[in-house]
Each structure stands twice: as structure tokens, then as C-alpha cells.
Design a protein around this ligand. Sequence first.
Ligand code: PMP
Length: 445
Amino acid sequence: SPNHASLVEFGQKHVTKGLGRQLEAVITKGSGSYVSISDGREMLDFTSGIGVTNLGHCHPRVSKAAADQCMNLVHGQCSIGFTGPYLELIEQLLPMMPHPSLDSFYFWNSGSEAVEGAIKMARMFTGRQNIIAMQGGYHGRTFGAMAVTKSKTIYSAGFHPLMPGVFTLPFPYWHQLSRPKDTPTEELSAFCLNQLHLLLSQQTTPKDTAAIIIESVIGEGGYVPAPPEFLKGLREICDQHGIMLIIDEVQSGFGRTGKNFAIEYSGVKPDIMTVAKGLANGFPLSGIISRKELTDTLAPGSMGGTYAGNAVACAAAVEVAKVFKEEKILDNVNARSQELFSSLRALQASTSTKGLIADVRGQGLMAAVEFASPKGSSPHDSFINPSAPEKLSSRVAKRCQEKGMLILTTSVYEVIRFIPALNISKADLEKGIKIFTEAVEEIVR
Ligand code: PMP
């Protein structure tokens, strides 16, 4: 638009620098797998607004459902009464649950709030205080969620003291454990489970431990799926000691990994599950899901929130759930996932980029490439070391951007993540892979 430069300048002048920004432009329109930006370009979107617009931008059915709800009731307020969309959403979600015991729903606005609610519930259900979180885990930016976030110091630097009573467990990720890439996950899991036994006997006794919180796929910490044997081990230890297992599916839920919820890969039953992002395809909505027998122990009024479970957001989410089933989104995720992984593995093996890619990992359309770190390099956080050279992964993401595609990095390591819309077409997926491949080859040439 002719106003592009002046709008960007205005934004730079009046929006806090505390928000990082990948793109110095105004995003003006979204449609399917594309967004338009104010410099006149149309960008292929492999970020989905950080794993949110799973059905593509402005899915017509979802937008219409929200618009219709706007003409009927925008705000009911959950402590004043139910709304139709709130109850309809529960009806849609019940059959999708990874375990039939998950039958109690409490909706909020953001993933962070869902995590806050999960921590409060775990403390109330157990009468205990302490929480065990994963090294590399990410759960949000509010104080409780920030306290259990251990993926990058940038999220908490300068904001201490955090919520007390949080303990950190190593997570079975080869790089974080300084183990070779081909170490069997069983070995990594056994190591971490042994660390948990030690934690419970050296630092926080089970009688003081309310919950273990874990993402089914570590997201902001590097797109590392939690190995099934690790999750099963956690479940056993939780059962043994009456500790709540909180499964955070905020980023990995709603088809992202090729199943409704990534926890299904292990068959493990969550005591509390947090969801957000893909739930409403861009409308602010999150959920804390647990067992009614547990949640009925909460005192009436102890939970709440002005906008919690907003009627428009719930109406959008109802339509998301219907589209998800009717358009057979999981089938597309699994077909596109195979194409994505085989292309990334081919790039890993190709002679022009030999040795550059250490790892290709993920599930469904939650995929990542980890570049081999140069010998002697340490984890990178520009906050602690502003003079560190720009990461290779950041340079690749920027080059993709110049070539018309939005893509994100993740973690303190050299990781690029792929989170396209779950209904992305074969042609758009191929286009994205081509742009990424060219960007990598141009950067390392
Ligand atoms: N949990 C996980 C696993 C997440 O990925 C995120 C967001 N990236 C959050 C919680 C926090 O969600 P929100 O940004 O909506 O507060």
C-alpha cells in the first residue's frame, strides 16, 4: 500500500520493543495458506500465526459462524450463565478427547491462562504445592506459566522472582543431554526417568509435589516429541504418588501432529490437559480439561475470568471442530506430512548440503530441521550474548521471507520449524519446501 512506510514507522514509534517482530510490515489480509502484507507482497505462510490458523486464514465457514454469533450474542459471561456455543463446543470436543475420563471443560482466553488454571487445579486437587517442569518446556508468559517455562531465558530475564516451588527435570532430547544424535530414545528416556526418581528423593518429596507438566511435543524448546516410553514412565510415577500429570497440548493439539492430540501416540491418560491455538483457528480461546470428579472439588467462584469462554470464540471453535471432521483434515495432515518428511530427509542426504542437517524430526505437520551446530558453539540466546553471530536458522528464515515465505525458528539451538495450515494443498507444500531448500542452499553456498 502507498502507506506502507509511514504505517511501519508509526508502529515502530508507538509499539513496545518488548514485542519481537519478524516482519516490518502490516499484515493486511489472510486467506488459506497466504497472507498479504503492506509492501504489496503475498506471502506463503508456514507459521500459521504460531500454530493457530490450522484451517488456514479466514476459513469461510469459521468466519461466518463467528459473524453470525456476533449478531446474536457477543458476551454472556461464564459466571453469569452458560451460552449456547459454550455447551455446543463441549459436545463437539467430548468425542475427540484422548481419554473418556476427560469430561470437564473450563474455557479461558490464552494458552498461558490455561496453564495458570491447570496449576491452580493441580494444587487444589492434591493439597500440594510443587510443580515439576521440563527443561526446554514452554508454557506461556504469565507468572505461573513463566515459572514452568524453561526454553529460553528471554522469557523471564529481568522478571524474577517467579512463582516458587518449581523444579526442573531433564527432557529426553539428545542435544540438551549432550548425547549423540542417534542415541536411542529409550536410553534418553531411562536417563530422564531416573533423574525424576532422584528429584523426588533429593529435592521435592512426592507429598509436596502437585504436578508434572509436560508438552506432548516440546514446542518452543525445539519441536521434540516426548518419547512414548517417557510419557508412560511419568504416568506410572504419577499414579504411584498421586501426582497430577498435566499434558500441555496448546501447540500440538487439534490435528497438528496427525492425531487429534499428540498424547495419543503414547496412549497416556492426562489428569489435566490444556488446549488453545488451533481450538478456535485464531479467535482467543483456550481450555482446561480434566475429570468432573476432580473439578467438582473446586469451590464455586474459585475459577473465572471476564472473557473466559467468550461466545463468539466458542461459536468459531464449534465450526472449527465440524470442519475438522467433515473436511477430513487428519487425512490431509498425514498425506502432506509424508511428503514433507521425505523432502526434508532428501535434503538432509543431498550432496550439496551434506552434514548440514543434524536432525529431521516431528510428527504430522509439526516438523523441524535442526542444523548441525558448528564445533564448539554453545546454545544461543541473543539476550545473554548480544554479540553472538546471527544464527544460521535465523538467516535461513530471513532468506525464506525475502523469497516470499514466512517461517519460524525455535529453541536455543539451530532449529527451523514447519507449521503450515493443516489443510495446505500439495502444491503449496511443495512450493514451501522448494523455497526452503533454495534458501538453505543459497545461505551455505
Ligand atoms: N503452551 C504451549 C505448549 C505453547 O506453545 C504456548 C504458546 N506458544 C503456550 C502454552 C502459551 O499460549 P499463549 O501464547 O496463548 O498464552
